[in-house]
Design a protein around this ligand. Structure first.
Ligand code: THU
Length: 134
């Protein structure tokens, strides 16, 4: 597992908290912020954005992935998301799939249980490799 400095985790956590403060959550009142380190040293972030048609809600990770591509692409290497108490939060199932696509098995996540690689957070994942037919 690649090592990420504690200072980097702290910075990502504070960027996630900052993003969380911009969440648009009139329905759930459950703000989420996410931040990640990209393989070229950039950081990207996102917050959840809800909708009156509840199912259309965008999770914080959706905004983060959009920020990744908007700002130049690359691969996610370290990821944090936080809830309204500023404590680490697990990404939902759909967002684990989004993170897999953009970081792969080695992406490190600050989970409530500690730092875990994506390969543990989404084992036996479906991904881009499955579409490579002979
Ligand atoms: N939420 C996220 O933004 N990311 C997750 O991984 C879990 C859930 C949001 C969606 C919704 O706005 C609120 O949390 C409550 O489900």
């Amino acid at each position: 597992m690649a090592d990420i400095d504690d200072a980097v985790w702290r910075e990502l956590r504070s960027e996630a908290v900052e993003a969380m403060r911009h969440a648009y959550v009139p329905y759930s009142r459950y703000p989420v912020g996410a931040a990640a380190l990209v393989d070229d040293g950039r950081t990207v972030s996102g917050c959840n954005v809800e909708n009156a048609a509840y199912g259309v809600t965008l999770c914080a990770e959706c905004g983060l992935v959009s920020d990744l591509h908007r700002s130049g692409g690359g691969r996610l290497v370290a990821f944090v998301c936080v809830d309204g108490d500023e404590t680490p939060l697990v990404p939902c199932g759909r967002c684990r799939q989004l993170l897999w696509e953009n970081g792969g098995p080695d992406l490190l996540l600050a989970m409530p249980s500690g730092v875990r690689p994506m390969s543990e957070v989404l084992p036996e994942a479906f991904g881009p490799d499955h579409l490579q037919r002979p």
